[in-house]
Write a protein that binds this ligand. Structure first.
Ligand code: ZN
Length: 807
C-alpha cells in the first residue's frame, strides 16, 4: 500500500495600495510600464522602503493561520537572473519569515484534519513578459507588488483534500480583506509538491507541479501525479525529482526542468532593509483586525441559529453574505427562514439580474420586513415571492408593496366565515357528498374561497373554518397491500386483498372517535415484496395530490412489513414536512390487521402534522426503521435518539410529483443507476465493474462495521473497483452492516476508503441511504449528467453531516 504526501505553496497578491518597497501604485490593468519608479526598476543607488500596510496584512494572515509571529523578520535577496526581474534578485524572506509553525484545520468527508503551515513570508512579485512572435515585451507594473507566500507541510494526501484546503484558505483571506482570491486573474496562485512512497517509509522523492490556476486543476493534477508516481514505483522504478507543469488540454503533468535546490538561490540578508521588529501597538492592531474566521463563523451560525450544514456553507461562503444575514437576524428575521430565502428565491433573482447581495434593493431591513409579513400571516409564501420581485423591480419596502397592491391576506375570521358559508350554500351537491364521507370536495371548497377572495384568504384558516362547518375529521386510508390487507387461506397462505371490510368493521368498533369519516383509496393490491416502480409512483402521486388538496385531517398508509423501511424513508425524503399527520403502518399477519390499523388511525388523529411509522402500537421515525424479528416489539429505529420524527436540516430541494407515468419512468431510470451491495469477504472488484458496465453509477456499500473493507492489492478487494469508478465518475456511499455510525477515523482500511472518495453515510441505515439516493435522483431529474451527479453527491454528504449530529 502506498502513501501520498502533498504540500502546497500558495502565493497571494495583497490588496495593499502601493508596492512593497516603493510608493508606486500596486494596481493592475494599467498601461504597461506606467506604475514604475527607479526603485522597482532596480536602478543602481536606489533604496527600498518597507510598506507597512503590506506587512500588516502579512501578519494578519500569519496570525489567522495560527503561526508564531516573528519578533524580527529579516528580508533576504533571492538571487537569480530573469528578464522580468530588473534587480536580478528578488527581495524575499528565508531564514526569519514573518510567520512560522501554524496550522489550518480542514474537514474532508466529515473527518477533521490539521494541516501544518511551515511559514508565511512576504516578498515582491516579478514583472510580466509578453511574447509576440519573435518579440518579447516587458511590463514592470507588477514588479515589486506585494506577494505573500504560504507554505504548508506535506500533510495533504489527495487532490480533493488539497482543493478543499485551498478553498478554505481562499475564503479565509477574503474574510480578512487582504486578497480578492481570484485565481483566473492570478491573485491567488498555487504550486504543489507531491511524493509517493510505500506506507510507513516516509516521504518519497518530491516532484513540484506548477501552473495550477484553478481549484479543478489542483485536484486533477495532484490525483494524476499520485497515480503516475505509484505506477513508477509499482514497476520498480524511481521517481525523478523535477518540476512538472499541468497541461490542462491533455489532463497530464509534463516534465519541465530539474529542480534547483534552495542553495542555488544564494540567499543572503538584504543589506538595505533592517529587520522588522513589531511594536506592541502594531501587534495589538493585528489582534484587533482579526475578524471571526469563516470556519468558526459557520459553526457558530449553525449552532446558534439552527441552520443546516448546507445553509451554513452558503451563508458563510462570502463574508458579505454572512454580515447581511446577521444584520437581518438582528432586525428580527427568523434565522432559518432568512437562510432559506437567501439561498433560494433571493439568490435566483440576484443571478438573473447580475446583482450582488450587498448592493441590491433588498436591504437587510427589507428582508426582515418581508419575513415578518409572512410570520404574522399577513401574506403567504406565494405572495411573498411576488412582493420580492416588486421590491427588486421598484426599489420599495415590502410593507409598502403589500399595501399598495392590496395583497394582504384576509385573516379576519368573520369576514372569511361569510365567504365560506356562501361557497357552501352555492354547492349543495358537494356538501352532501362531503357529509356522506367523501373528502374530495374539501379541496374544491378551498379553491372556491380562494377564487372569491382573489387568492388573499389565509389558507390555513379557510380549512379550519370548513372543518368547523362540518365538525368532521377525515382519515384517508391509502392501501399499499401487504399482510395488513391480505387474507389467509385455509392452508395458511397469505394472498393480497383489500381493506374494505376491515375499515367498515373498525368504523363500527368502539374506541374510535365517532366523528371520524374514512375514505379508502386502493393504490395497489400486492404483497409488499412485490413492489414495482409503478407502485411507488402511484403512492407518491396520490399522496402528493392529497397533501396539496388538504381534504383530510390525516392520512394512513397501510403497507407491507418487508419493504416498509424503504417506502417510509423514501416518503420522508420527498415529503419531510407534510401539512397533516401521515402514518404508515403494517402488520405481521392478517390476523393482526385490524389492531394495527386501529392504532395507526388513533395516532393519525392525535399527532401533530408529520410523517410517522406506527408498528405494534409504537410510533417510530420513518428514517432508519429496522426489522429485527426476534421478538414482539422488535421493530425499531437504528441510531436515532428518540423521539425523532423530523430532521428539518436534511431536507432535499423541494419535490413536486410529476404525472404518474413520468414518475414511474424517472423511478425506473433512477433504479437502474443505483445498487446496494453488502461487502463480504471474497468480494471481487470485477463484480462491481461489471455492474458499472450495466449502468450502475451510485453504489451503497454496506461495510463490515464503522467503516472497514478490504482494499489490498488483490482481485478480492474493492481497490480496482474504486480506481475504475473514479475514472467513470461513479459514486460510493457507505453504510454499516452493524448498528454503527460510519466514520472513517478509526482503522487503516477505513482511512483508505476515505482516501478513495467513498462517502460515509454516518448514522443512516442502508435502506434510508438508498432511498435518499433515489429521492436525490428524482429531484435532480432533467439536470445535465455532471450537474446531477454533483447535486446528488451534495445531497448525500449533507445527510451524513446532519444526521450524525443527531438534530
Ligand atoms: Zn516603484
Amino acid at each position: 500500500m502506498y502513501q501520498s504526501f502533498i504540500g502546497l505553496e500558495i502565493h497571494i497578491h495583497l490588496l495593499a495600495k502601493t508596492k512593497v518597497f516603493c510608493g508606486c501604485p500596486a494596481a493592475f490593468g494599467e498601461e504597461p510600464n506606467t506604475n514604475v519608479c527607479p526603485v522597482c526598476l532596480g536602478y543602481p543607488g536606489t533604496l527600498p522602503a518597507l510598506n507597512e500596510e503590506a506587512v500588516r496584512m502579512a501578519f494578519l494572515v500569519a496570525r489567522a493561520l495560527n503561526c508564531s509571529l516573528s519578533q524580527g523578520g529579516v528580508f533576504e535577496r533571492k538571487n537569480y537572473f530573469y528578464p522580468d526581474m530588473p534587480k536580478n534578485y528578488q527581495i524575499s524572506q528565508f531564514a526569519a519569515p514573518f510567520g512560522q509553525d501554524g496550522f489550518l484545520d480542514v474537514e474532508f468527508h466529515k473527518r477533521r484534519k490539521r494541516v501544518a503551515i511551515k511559514d508565511v513570508h512576504l516578498e515582491e512579485d516579478a514583472g510580466k513578459m509578453i511574447h509576440l512572435g519573435d518579440l518579447s515585451l516587458l511590463d514592470y507594473n507588477r514588479a515589486g507588488t506585494p506577494l505573500l507566500e504560504i507554505v504548508t507541510q506535506p500533510d495533504l494526501e489527495v487532490g480533493e483534500e488539497a482543493e478543499l484546503f485551498l478553498q478554505d484558505f481562499r475564503r479565509l483571506v477574503r474574510y480578512l480583506g487582504v486578497c480578492d482570491g481570484n485565481m483566473e486573474e492570478g491573485s491567488l496562485r498555487c504550486d504543489a509538491n507531491v511524493s509517493v512512497n510505500r506506507r510507513g517509509e516516509g516521504l518519497g522523492r518530491k516532484v513540484e507541479i506548477k501552473n495550477l490556476n484553478s481549484f479543478k486543476f489542483v485536484r486533477k493534477a495532484l490525483n494524476f501525479e499520485i497515480e503516475r508516481q505509484k505506477e513508477i514505483l509499482e514497476r520498480g522504478g524511481t521517481v525523478t525529482q523535477e518540476t512538472r507543469l499541468w497541461n490542462e488540454n491533455r489532463d497530464v503533468t509534463e516534465g519541465m526542468r530539474s529542480k534547483e535546490s534552495a542553495l542555488d538561490y544564494r540567499y543572503f540578508p538584504e543589506p538595505d532593509l533592517p529587520p522588522f521588529r513589531p511594536t506592541p501597538e502594531f501587534l495589538q492592531g493585528i489582534q484587533e483586525a482579526l475578524v471571526e474566521l469563516p470556519a468558526a463563523r459557520r459553526r457558530r451560525l449553525i449552532d446558534s441559529y439552527g441552520l443546516s450544514e448546507a445553509q451554513g456553507d452558503f451563508i458563510c461562503e462570502e463574508k458579505s453574505t454572512a454580515d447581511y444575514f446577521e444584520e437581518a437576524v438582528r432586525l428580527g428575521a427568523d434565522p432559518p427562514s432568512a437562510a432559506l430565502w437567501l439561498a433560494a428565491d433571493v439568490q435566483k433573482i440576484l443571478k438573473r439580474e447580475g446583482l450582488a447581495l450587498r448592493d441590491c434593493p433588498l436591504s437587510p431591513p427589507r428582508l426582515a420586513g418581508l419575513l415578518e409579513l409572512i410570520a404574522s400571516s399577513r401574506i403567504h409564501g406565494k405572495i411573498a415571492k411576488q412582493v420580492l420581485e416588486v421590491v427588486f423591480g421598484e426599489d420599495k419596502d415590502p410593507l409598502a408593496v403589500v399595501q399598495e397592491k392590496g395583497w394582504e391576506l384576509i385573516t379576519d375570521r368573520r369576514q372569511l366565515k361569510s365567504v365560506v358559508d356562501q361557497v357552501l350554500e352555492e354547492n349543495p351537491a358537494a356538501v352532501e357528498q362531503l357529509k356522506g364521507g367523501d373528502s374530495r370536495p374539501m379541496g374544491f371548497f378551498v379553491g372556491e374561497v380562494m377564487k372569491k377572495t382573489s387568492g388573499r384568504a389565509e389558507p390555513g384558516l379557510v380549512k379550519e373554518l370548513l372543518k368547523e362547518s362540518f365538525a368532521l375529521r377525515f382519515v384517508q386510508v391509502l392501501s399499499m397491500g401487504g399482510a395488513i390487507t391480505g387474507s389467509s387461506g385455509s392452508d395458511g397462505e397469505v394472498s393480497p386483498g383489500e381493506l374494505h371490510g376491515l375499515i367498515d368493521r373498525l368504523a363500527q368498533e368502539q374506541g374510535l372517535p365517532d366523528h371520524l369519516r374514512f375514505e379508502e383509496i386502493e393504490i395497489s393490491r400486492i404483497l409488499s415484496e412485490e413492489i414495482l416502480p409503478e407502485d411507488w409512483a402511484a403512492l407518491i402521486t396520490t399522496l402528493d395530490g392529497h397533501l396539496a388538496r388538504a381534504g383530510a385531517s390525516a392520512i394512513v398508509v397501510a403497507h407491507g412489513t418487508d419493504t416498509l423501511a424503504y417506502t417510509a424513508s423514501l416518503l420522508f425524503w420527498l415529503f419531510p414536512d407534510p401539512p397533516l399527520p401521515v402514518v404508515l403502518t403494517a402488520s405481521l399477519a392478517t390476523r393482526d390487521a385490524a389492531g394495527a390499523l386501529r392504532e395507526a388511525i388513533l395516532a393519525a388523529v392525535k399527532e401533530p402534522p408529520g410523517l410517522y411509522v406506527c408498528l405494534e402500537g409504537r410510533l417510530l421515525s420513518p428514517l432508519n426503521v429496522k426489522f429485527e424479528r426476534v421478538a414482539a416489539g422488535a421493530f425499531r429505529n437504528w441510531n436515532l435518539p428518540e423521539p425523532l420524527y423530523r430532521h428539518r436540516s436534511v431536507v432535499l430541494p423541494a419535490f413536486s410529483a410529476p404525472r404518474r407515468e413520468t414518475l414511474t419512468a424517472r423511478l425506473e431510470e433512477a433504479l437502474n443507476q443505483v445498487c446496494i451491495l453488502k461487502v463480504y469477504p471474497g468480494m471481487k472488484g470485477d463484480t462491481l465493474i461489471a455492474l458499472m458496465d450495466a449502468g450502475v453509477r451510485y453504489f451503497v456499500l454496506e461495510l463490515y462495521d464503522t467503516g472497514t473493507a478490504n482494499l489490498r492489492e488483490s482481485p478480492y478487494s474493492l481497490r480496482k473497483a474504486f480506481l475504475e469508478g473514479r475514472e467513470r465518475g461513479v459514486q460510493f456511499f457507505c453504510t454499516s452492516q452493524q448498528e454503527g455510525i460510519v466514520d472513517f477515523a478509526g482503522y487503516v482500511t477505513s482511512h483508505e476508503l476515505w482516501r478513495e472518495g467513498a462517502v460515509p453515510m454516518g448514522a443512516l441505515t442502508t435502506e434510508s441511504a438508498y432511498t435518499r439516493l433515489l429521492a436525490g435522483l428524482l429531484v435532480s431529474a432533467g439536470e445535465p449528467d455532471e450537474a446531477r451527479a454533483e447535486q446528488v453527491l451534495k445531497i448525500m454528504e449533507e445527510a451524513n453531516a446532519d444526521v450524525a449530529r443527531g438534530d
